[in-house]
Design a protein. Structure first.
Length: 295
């Protein structure tokens, strides 16, 4: 990578002579020397890790793709049911050799494999270190729960759980009897609560209406709480008076900004997102459906 030797020597002294201990309850173990790895929580740690994995093997066929975000690694393979597993296992064999060469330990028990399909039967599971990675009905990657049929039902349920937890913490400030002004209550909602709902919305925002309606209910109940609205006031009137868009309208705005920036994005996995006509019936559950205006 043509890094100057002086920088390498500086990093070498930065990493040497570091110790660690393990705490169990109130007890601390004796000190041990760190013989591998980087300093946890350091600013240069992610950079050093990226340098270390810079030569990770790239898939040789265009149907298999490697996606890295820090130490979260996803291998995606697409194709027909006859060839997809051959392509995936070929790459996993190559990846396993690289992991062994550089002494990177991967816990296969924590790895998950999901076969995204409408088929009821799954092929044989993929292999890493000659050990099968059992099929899962869903997996969580970068905060988004992906189920095998991409309904995002489980992900939205997780959002509701997380949202209610954050809302409970903020209740002393946002409750009906809280003394904080409406302006700041609304600011707290937009800054801390709505991002919980809208995280990665351009990916899953085209889920079924019944699922999105659950998120609309979260927003409506919160706005009624911060305005101390009586039961006979309609939700649409509260939204209008507060100038807050519905969740579906907000998702549409986020999607427009996201899809307009895809072609200029630095991430090749994002640039490779295919274009299609979202108005066709076969594409009605695809992400770009969010770009369509309601009729």
């Amino acid at each position: 990578m043509r890094i100057p030797g002086s920088i390498i020597m500086l990093i070498d002294t930065y990493l040497q002579g570091r110790l660690f201990t393990v705490r169990v309850g109130s007890n601390l173990s004796s000190e041990r020397v760190i013989r591998a790895g980087v300093v946890q929580g350091s600013k240069v740690g992610p950079i050093l890790f990226n340098i270390f994995v810079n030569d990770i093997p790239s898939p040789r066929n265009c149907q298999t793709q490697l996606c890295l975000f820090a130490d979260d690694t996803a291998v995606m393979s697409t194709g027909t049911s006859q060839t997809i597993m051959d392509n995936l296992n070929t790459y996993l064999t190559q990846l396993g050799k690289w992991l062994i060469q550089w002494k990177i330990k991967v816990n296969t028990d924590k790895c998950q494999a999901v076969y995204f399909t409408r088929r009821r039967s799954n092929p044989k599971p993929p292999m890493l270190y000659r050990r099968p990675i059992s099929w899962s009905n869903s997996t969580r990657y970068l905060g988004v729960t992906l189920d095998k049929k991409l309904t995002y039902k489980e992900h939205i349920e997780n959002i509701r759980t997380k949202y209610n937890g954050v809302k409970a913490h903020l209740y002393p400030l946002m409750g009906r009897k809280a003394k904080l002004s409406l302006r700041y209550k609304l600011l707290l909602y937009k800054a801390l609560l709505r991002p919980v709902i809208s995280y990665a919305a351009p990916v899953w925002g085209a889920a079924a209406k019944t699922h999105i309606k659950k998120l609309e209910t979260l927003q409506n109940s919160t706005l009624r709480m911060i305005t101390d609205a009586p039961w006979f006031i309609r939700n649409k009137n509260i939204l209008h008076d507060l100038r807050v868009p519905t969740i579906k309208e907000f998702f549409s705005k986020l999607a427009i900004n996201f899809f307009n920036q895809i072609d200029k994005h630095s991430n090749p996995a994002i640039r490779s997102i295919p274009k299609y006509d979202p108005s066709t019936n076969r594409k009605k559950r695809r992400p770009r459906t969010l770009l369509l205006q309601d009729k």
